[in-house]
Design a protein around this ligand. Structure first.
Ligand code: UDP
Ligand code: MG
Length: 333
């Protein structure tokens, strides 16, 4: 049976941790009882450099019950990094992982459906928020605007999906291949491939504590997402430069006609012409340089060029040679 690991990043979550642990334990026990997951499944809290009692609470949970495990980060690195730390740490032990927030705003009853879909052969299951009535008007509109802008910029996001998702071990292996430092998980996961599906759920209010995502963090998160996925803003400079250059050509005709009609003051024609021509050329040049910087930027991410899902006809031979190799290795010992 498959071992399910829940990975939960926590930053200053002392107010919710106890209740969260209780509810998740109940959920895990019912899944184990129904033989949906293995008994060695775990609930893993990742402490993201909290300044309150979060880590000592996690330690306490772990000594009381082996179902609970903990990972302590050396300092606060933000939600995305804490999540990745958790995923990469449990990768070798878990067969399947579900990531969720410590405040349980995302309905945990969806976990049953996640696991069902996983058994149905899906490697990635995205939790998708049904309605956002419970969010404030501001959060709802900004968040939805964000998804739209990201789409426009060419990033393939799952609409209304945050970081509540299930990933199989091989999907995690795929994720580990991405070399980028500026991590925007929900943009990267769709790039991995493998069969995926969505599960809808209701989003609730926080039952205790405050949001750890104030406006400032939200804006920097959105900018991070945008700039780490798209070099379209650079391309916009190029197009703008080109557009202005075209306008300058039109201006050329206009200025000449005005000049020869004698309806101008001395010096006007040259100044206006150079203004447009130089402005356009400069923007165009910046855009061209930007294109190369953009290329360099994408290269430095060293993303995997492909992930092989399966090879047939050659995989058997491969297995035999590796078996032979390990047999030879054993003989040497
Ligand atoms: N979080 C984290 N590090 C941070 C900020 C937040 O690990 O620097 C965690 C937090 O503990 C929670 C999750 O990220 O489990 C989502 O945060 P929150 O619920 O405050 O965000 P919101 O739901 O308001 O968007
Ligand atoms: Mg929350």
């Amino acid at each position: 049976m498959d071992k399910l690991y829940l990975v939960i990043p926590c930053y200053n979550e002392e107010e919710v941790l106890g209740e969260t642990a209780r509810r998740l334990k109940e959920k895990m026990e019912s899944l184990i009882a129904r033989k949906q997951i293995a008994e060695e499944s775990r609930i893993v809290f990742v402490n993201d450099g909290s300044r309150d009692r979060t880590w000592s609470l996690i330690q306490e949970l772990n000594t009381r019950d082996p179902l609970f495990a903990g990972i302590n980060l050396a300092r606060n690195r933000g939600h995305q990094n804490a999540l990745l730390a958790g995923l990469m740490t449990v990768k070798e032990r878990a067969d399947v992982v579900i990531s969720l927030d410590a405040d349980l705003q995302d309905d945990i009853d969806a976990i049953d459906e996640f696991v069902e879909k996983y058994h149905g052969g899906f490697d990635i299951v995205y939790g998708v928020r049904k309605a956002r009535e419970k969010d404030t008007f501001f959060k709802r509109t900004t968040a939805q605007g964000f998804y739209k802008v990201m789409r426009l910029m060419g990033a393939d996001l799952v609409y209304n999906h945050a970081d509540y998702r299930l990933m199989s071990r091989r999907a995690l292996d795929g994720l580990a291949e991405f070399g980028e430092t500026n991590l925007f998980l929900r943009g990267i996961v769709p790039l991995i491939g493998y069969p995926s599906t969505t599960v809808e759920y209701e989003r609730n209010e926080r039952f205790a504590g405050e949001s750890k995502y104030p406006l400032g963090k939200m804006i920097s998160f959105a900018l991070e997402g945008l700039t780490s996925f798209s070099i379209k803003p650079i391309r916009m400079i190029t197009s703008l430069g080109f557009a202005i250059f075209v306008v300058s050509l039109i201006m050329f005709g206009y200025v000449l006609s005005v000049h020869f009609a004698g309806r101008t003051v001395p010096g006007w024609s040259t100044i206006v012409l150079s203004l447009w021509a130089i402005g356009g050329l400069q923007l165009l040049a910046i855009g061209v340089i930007g294109e190369y910087i953009g290329k360099t930027y994408m290269e430095t991410k060293s993303r995997p060029k492909f992930i092989v899902e399966r090879a047939i006809g050659i995989s058997e031979a491969e297995r035999q040679t590796s078996a032979a190799r390990s047999a030879a290795g054993a003989a040497l010992k």
